[in-house]
Design a protein around this ligand. Structure first.
Ligand code: SAM
Length: 259
C-alpha cells in the first residue's frame, strides 16, 4: 500500500502550517507538484520553500505531474471539469505507479484547505476507486483563504447566528446577489477573475471586506461600503495583476453595519 497525504498548507502565510502538517511533511518520500505553467510558478516556489523550512532533512524527492489541459470549448462547465479530472486521474495514477514504491508516502501540498475549491481529493479518490494501485489517503486540514481574510480584517464572517455562503465570482455574476444577503447573511466570494462585485458597485448599503495575496509580501486589504470602495478595489486588482502578472483575491459581501 502507498500512502497519499493531502496536506493543507494555508493560503500564503508560511506560519499558518499546523503542527500536524509539519509532521506529515517530515514523513513524506515524494512531493508531487502539479505543474500548471508559468502563471502558478510562484505557488510552486512557495511550496518548495515550505519543504526547505519545515522538512530540512532532505530525504525526499520532488516529482512534477504535468497538468492536462482543460477543454475550454466543452458544452457544460461541470462536464468539462469532470472530463479534466478524469485525465488528471490518469496522470496521477501513472505518477504513483512510476515514482512511489510500495510502503512509501507521497504528498500533495494543497493551497489553503483541501476542502475548498480544490480538486486534489476528488482526483486522488478517483485513482483509488480504479484499484490499479492500492492507496491509503490521509488529509491534514489547512487555513483557508476565507479564514485568512477574516483574521487579517479581525472580523467574524457572519452576524450573530446568521448564515454565510461561500461561492465563486462566476456564480455571483450569473445569479446576482444571493437572497440571504438581504436577510442579514454574508457571502464569501472566491475565484473571481472578472470582479463580479462591480455589478453592485452602486450599493451604499453593502459592505465589502476584501483581501488580495493574503499572507504574501504583496498583500492588500480594503474594507468599506461598496459604493465608496468598489473603485479602489478595482484599481488595486489591476495594479496587482500588472505587478505580479496574476492575482488571488477573496472578499466578503454583507449588509453594512454588522459586527
Ligand atoms: C483554487 S481556489 C483554492 C482555495 C483554497 N483551497 C483555500 O482554502 O483558500 C483559489 C482561490 O482561493 C482564493 N485565495 C487563495 N489564496 C488566497 C490568498 N492568499 N489571498 C487571497 N485569496 C486567496 C482566491 O479566491 C483564489 O481565486
Amino acid at each position: 500500500v502507498r500512502t497519499i497525504l493531502v496536506i493543507g498548507i494555508g493560503a500564503g502565510e508560511p506560519e499558518h502550517l499546523t503542527v500536524q502538517a509539519i509532521a506529515a511533511l517530515n514523513r513524506t518520500d515524494v512531493f508531487f507538484m502539479v505543474d500548471k505553467g508559468e502563471a502558478t510558478a510562484d505557488l510552486v516556489r512557495v511550496r518548495r520553500a515550505i519543504c526547505e523550512r519545515y522538512a530540512p532533512y532532505e530525504g525526499y524527492r520532488f516529482v512534477e505531474i504535468e497538468d492536462p489541459a482543460r477543454d475550454r470549448g466543452a458544452a457544460g462547465y461541470v462536464e468539462a471539469v469532470k472530463d479534466w479530472h478524469g485525465r488528471r486521474a490518469d496522470a496521477y495514477e501513472r505518477a504513483f505507479l512510476r515514482e512511489l514504491r510500495d510502503g512509501e508516502c507521497g504528498a500533495f501540498l494543497v493551497w489553503g484547505d483541501p476542502s475548498l475549491y480544490d480538486s486534489t481529493l476528488r482526483v486522488v479518490e478517483e485513482v483509488s476507486l480504479r484499484r490499479n494501485v492500492a492507496l491509503q489517503v490521509d488529509v491534514c486540514p489547512g487555513i483557508s483563504s476565507p479564514q485568512a481574510l477574516a483574521a487579517r480584517h479581525r472580523i467574524v464572517l457572519h452576524d450573530i447566528g446568521a448564515p454565510v455562503l461561500v461561492t465563486t465570482g462566476r456564480r455571483l455574476r450569473a445569479e446576482g446577489l444571493p437572497p440571504l444577503v438581504e436577510q442579514g447573511g454574508s457571502v464569501v466570494v472566491m475565484l473571481d477573475g472578472e470582479g463580479a462585485f462591480e455589478d453592485f458597485a452602486g450599493r451604499a448599503d453593502l459592505e465589502i471586506v476584501w483581501g488580495a495575496m493574503l499572507g504574501l509580501p504583496s498583500e492588500i486589504l480594503i474594507r468599506g461600503s461598496l459604493k465608496e470602495v468598489a473603485g479602489a478595489v478595482a484599481e488595486a486588482r489591476c495594479a496587482v495583476k500588472q505587478r505580479s502578472g496574476w492575482i488571488m483575491d477573496v472578499y466578503l459581501l454583507r449588509k453594512l453595519g454588522q459586527s
